[in-house]
Design a protein around this ligand. Structure first.
Ligand code: PLP
Length: 359
């Protein structure tokens, strides 16, 4: 007889590994295509030599470096085993009853419904607008006395769209201060909104203790395989996060690589300029071929193909490019190197493909 586990976990789908397509180009996980910078590679090798020693559980050096970079104090910064671990920890510090509600847009980051269920709380999902943007007015209206946590993924994964500063401020002001609002800025470094409308969560959070910002080293900083992200917020929220943190889960190698990457950030952020141009080139080519593609402020684009999504993903894989279909909503395509993007474009703009998918 198998031991009993929580029956409510049955509603969480078991992990199903993606089909293997040997030699295919992978534009499915929003990774960067470059390996770590030489300075980061050196820090990684040096830290690995001390693998017999536990890492600093408080990540003091990394938190100090982040505090310095962001213009906050170390007490305002927590780190996690990827920002996805911080998402789960944020549910843990806010929800303690199954009737507690976690509010987020849908479709948005696929981890939100999972971490909500793992935390035994109730997910409340508010549809994106027809333009695939967060419907912040509807989200504010969906807040109840049971709402404990709100995730705003800005820019949004997988639709790529961002909400601007004025809209975001209006939302933050409309939500009661007892509700913790998470601004998940995993793609912050790829945003190119006008300066006066730039929604920088760290700035907006300075005067709002119920706002916490998540950023990550996995995307623009290119360290997805090492698992390190961070939260910036009020010291009380940070202290609570550190209480539920799985001990030593941000390992020594990850901490060293993050510090080195932060020091070399100008080189890393320069790469985002090239990527943004490439992203816009891909979007323009798809628009010209007749696809609907919402404007992207990330390192991917969104094709709202509805019921055709799964079949489109399968056909793209057969053509040698792995993309990410999401149910009956759409397909997310990461921006890779120009030759990888060209391979995807030659598939997607092929007249036979366009005819098959009624583009
Ligand atoms: C990729 C991503 C993250 C975090 O990734 P980690 O690798 O866990 O840091 C968080 N939020 C969103 C919306 C993402 O797309």
């Amino acid at each position: 007889m198998t031991a009993s586990t929580r029956p409510d976990l049955d509603s969480i789908p078991a992990y199903v590994p993606g089909r293997n397509h040997p030699g295919a180009v992978k534009l499915a996980s929003n990774e960067t295509t470059f390996g770590p910078l030489p300075t980061a590679a050196k820090a990684i090798a040096e830290a690995a030599e001390q693998a017999n020693r536990y890492p600093d559980n408080q990540a003091l050096e990394l938190r100090a470096a982040l505090a310095d970079f962001l213009g906050v104090t170390q007490e305002n910064v927590a780190v996690g085993c990827g920002s996805v671990a911080l998402c789960q920890e944020l549910v843990q510090i806010t929800c303690d009853a199954s009737t507690d509600e976690v509010l987020f847009a849908w479709r948005s980051f696929e981890a939100y419904p999972i971490v909500t269920k793992v935390g035994n709380a109730t997910a409340v999902q508010v549809p994106l607008t027809a333009a695939h943007v967060h419907d912040l007015d509807a989200m504010a209206a969906a807040v109840t006395e049971r709402t404990k946590l709100i995730f705003v993924c800005n820019p949004n994964n997988p639709s790529g769209t961002a909400v601007g500063k004025a809209e975001l401020i209006r939302f933050l002001d409309a939500v009661p201060e007892r509700v913790l609002i998470v601004l998940d800025e995993a793609y912050f470094e790829y945003m190119r909104l006008a300066e006066e409308n730039y929604p920088d969560g760290v700035e907006l959070g300075r005067t709002r203790p119920n706002v916490v910002v998540l950023r990550t080293f996995s995307k623009a900083y290119g360290l997805a395989g090492l698992r390190v992200g961070y939260a910036v917020g009020d010291p009380a929220v940070i202290t609570a996060l550190m209480k539920v943190h799985i001990p030593f889960s941000v390992n020594r190698v990850a901490q060293a690589a993050a510090i080195a990457s932060l020091e070399s950030r100008h080189e890393l952020l320069d790469r985002t300029h090239t990527l943004v141009l490439e992203r816009d080139r891909v979007r323009d080519a798809l628009l010209a071929a007749g696809y609907a593609v919402p404007p992207s402020e990330t390192n991917f684009i969104w094709l709202p193909l509805g019921e055709r999504s799964a079949e489109f993903g399968e056909a793209s894989a057969e053509a040698g490019v792995l993309v990410r279909p999401y149910g009956a909503d759409g397909v997310r395509v990461t921006t890779g190197d120009p030759h990888e993007n060209d391979l995807f474009l030659s598939f997607a703009t092929d007249p036979a493909v366009r005819e098959r998918f009624s583009i």
